[in-house]
Design a protein around this ligand. Structure first.
Ligand code: 4AD
Ligand code: MG
Length: 468
C-alpha cells in the first residue's frame, strides 16, 4: 500500500511505508544521500535518507535526479534535521520515470512566473503552483460547504446560450458553420438589403454563444427552489490584457428568492469570510508559503478581513470621497461614470483599508436586469471591492416588476423576444430576488496575494493565448 505524504506523522514512527512521488532535490554527503520527495498531497516534502552503503547505490543514485518519479519503501525514523521531525530511511528504491537533468525545464533556481506560464504542464510541480492548486481545491470545497450548509441547491446552468446576460457583447460565438464559406441570406430594412450569414442553417438554427454568466438561468431556478447557486466556467471575449481578466474564468453565482439588496450584501460578506477562514484552517503550510514568499503580511491581512465588518457605501458617497481625496487619478471622477480600477483600489486600499461594498449605482452603467430604485436614477446594484484586486463580486437585486423590466429592455434596445422566458418569470408568481457573481480566480488572487490572474488557474486563456 502506498501512503500519501500528507498522512505521515510521528504516529508512523518505526513503521515500514511505501511512498511515491517526484524528486524535488538531491543532496549527497559522505555517508548518506538525501532526497526531498513530493507527491503533491501537501506543501512539505518528505526527506528520504539513502545509506551510501546500500546495495547498488551507485547505479540507483545516478538515476535519482530532480523531476524523476520514484517508489520508495523504508522505515519512518526521527529526523535529526531542523526542518522536519521525521524522515524515511530507504530500504528499496524503484525509479519509475527518469528525468534528464540536462533538458528538464524546471531547474533549481527560481523561475519567473512568465517563464512558468510557457510550461504550464510542468508548473504544478513547483512550490507556488502546487500550493495554488491546493488552495483552489480548498476554496471550491469551502464554496460548496458554505452554500450547502445554508440549504442552497447547486444548479448546473448551460455553457452554450442564446442570451447575452451582461448585454456587453463580449461573447464567443459557438457555431458549426463553415467559416470559409458560410451560408448567406438577404435581410432587408426599409432602405437597404444586406447579405448576411444565415444562422438558420447553423447547429442551433440561431446564433449561439459561450455563456458570460449563469445568472439568467439561475434566476429561473431560484424562482422555483428559492435559494440556488451555480459554480462553473464563464467566458468573455473582452480584449483585456490585465492582471485581473481572463477569457475563461470560473464564477460562483448564488441567487436568492424573497431577498433584497441588503440580504445580498450579507451573503456576499459572509461567504468571503467563510472561504478565507476555511483556507487558513485547512491549508496552513500553503498559506505560510504565500505569506513568506509572495505577500508578506498576508495572513494578518486575511485575519483582519475575517474579523471586521466590510464597509458599505453608496456609489454617490464614494464619488464624494474620491473627489475630496486630493489624489490625481488618470480617469476623471464624475457622477455617472463607471469607477476605474484605480478608484476602486483607492477606496479599499487607502481610504477604508478593508473590503468595501459599493451599492446603488447609476442605472446607465449597469446591466438591464438590475432593480430600479425609487430615485429613478440608480439601481440596486452592488460591487464588493478588495485590496490588490478591486472588484471581486458584482451583483444586484433583480427587477421583478414586469412593466419596469420591459421598459428598461426597450430603452437598452434589447430584443424582448430573445428573453421571453426571462420575462415570464415576472409574469407568473414574480418575487423580489437578488444574487451576485464572485470571480473565483479573483478570490484566489486575494487569498494568496498572487499578482497575476494568469497564475491562479491551471491553464489560462487570454488574448493570443490558448496554448495547452
Ligand atoms: O460583475 P460581473 O460581470 O457580474 C455578472 O456577470 C453577474 N451576472 C453576476 C450575478 O449577479 N450573478 O462579473 C462577476 C464577477 C466580477 O466581479 C469579477 O470578479 C469576475 O466575475 N469577472 C472576471 N474574472 C476574471 N476575468 C474576467 N474577464 C472577469 N469578468 C468578470
Ligand atoms: Mg461587474
Amino acid at each position: 500500500m502506498r501512503t500519501k505524504i500528507n498522512l505521515i506523522s510521528t504516529k508512523e514512527m518505526d513503521t515500514i511505508l511505501t511512498v511515491t512521488g517526484w524528486i524535488k532535490s538531491v543532496r549527497t554527503s559522505k555517508k548518506f544521500s538525501f532526497l526531498a520527495l513530493n507527491d503533491g498531497s501537501c506543501f512539505n516534502s518528505l526527506q528520504i535518507v539513502i545509506d551510501t552503503n546500500m546495495p547498488k547505490y551507485e547505479e540507483t543514485i545516478s538515476l535519482l535526479s530532480t523531476g524523476a518519479s520514484v517508489k520508495i519503501t523504508g522505515k519512518i525514523v526521527q529526523s535529526p534535521g531542523k526542518e522536519q521531525s521525521i524522515e524515511l530511511m530507504a530500504q528499496d528504491i524503484t525509479v519509475i520515470g527518469k528525468c534528464d537533468p540536462e533538458t528538464y525545464p524546471l531547474q533549481k533556481k527560481r523561475h519567473s512566473f512568465e517563464f512558468l506560464r510557457e510550461i504550464a504542464h510542468l508548473r504544478p510541480r513547483t512550490n507556488t503552483f502546487g500550493a495554488i492548486a491546493r488552495v483552489r481545491n480548498a476554496l471550491s470545497f469551502a464554496t460548496h460547504q458554505f452554500f450547502q450548509e445554508k440549504g442552497f441547491l447547486y444548479i448546473h446552468t448551460p455553457i452554450i446560450t442564446a442570451a447575452d446576460c451582461e448585454g456587453a457583447g463580449e461573447m464567443f460565438k459557438v457555431t458549426t458553420l463553415d467559416l470559409e464559406n458560410p451560408p448567406k441570406t438577404d435581410k432587408n430594412n426599409s432602405e437597404e438589403t444586406f447579405n448576411v450569414t444565415d444562422y438558420s442553417k447553423d447547429f442551433f438554427e440561431k446564433p449561439t454563444y459561450l455563456t458570460v454568466s449563469g445568472q439568467l438561468e439561475g434566476e429561473a431556478y431560484a424562482c422555483a427552489l428559492s435559494n440556488i447557486y451555480t459554480f462553473g466556467p464563464t467566458f468573455r471575449a473582452e480584449n483585456s490584457n490585465t492582471s485581473r481578466h481572463l477569457a475563461e474564468f470560473w464564477m460562483i453565482e448564488p441567487e436568492m428568492a424573497f431577498a433584497d439588496l441588503n440580504d445580498n450584501m450579507d451573503y456576499a460578506e459572509e461567504y468571503i469570510k467563510y472561504c478565507l477562514k476555511y483556507l487558513l484552517e485547512k491549508c496552513p503550510q500553503d498559506m505560510k508559503f504565500f505569506n513568506r514568499y509572495i505577500k508578506p503580511g498576508l495572513i494578518d491581512k486575511l485575519n483582519n478581513v475575517i474579523n471586521s465588518p466590510f464597509e458599505r457605501l453608496e456609489y454617490t458617497k464614494a464619488i464624494e470621497i474620491l473627489k475630496n481625496s486630493g489624489k490625481k487619478f488618470e480617469y476623471k471622477i464624475k457622477w455617472g461614470s463607471d469607477l476605474q480600477s484605480e478608484h476602486e483600489r483607492y477606496l479599499t486600499e487607502e481610504h477604508f483599508k478593508k473590503p468595501v461594498i459599493l451599492y446603488n449605482y447609476p442605472k446607465e452603467i449597469k446591466a438591464f436586469y438590475m432593480r430600479q430604485n425609487d430615485d429613478g436614477k440608480t439601481v440596486a446594484a452592488m460591487d464588493v471591492l478588495v485590496e490588490g484586486v478591486g472588484e471581486i463580486i458584482g451583483g444586484s437585486q433583480r427587477e421583478e416588476r414586469l412593466n419596469v423590466l420591459e421598459e428598461k429592455m426597450d430603452q437598452t434596445r434589447l430584443d424582448k423576444e430573445n428573453y421571453w422566458w426571462y420575462l415570464e418569470l415576472r409574469k407568473y408568481g414574480s418575487v423580489p430576488h437578488a444574487g451576485f457573481g464572485l470571480g473565483f480566480e479573483r478570490l484566489i488572487q486575494f487569498a494568496t496575494g498572487m499578482e497575476n490572474i494568469r497564475d491562479v488557474i491551471p491553464f489560462p486563456r487570454y488574448p493570443g493565448h490558448c496554448d495547452f
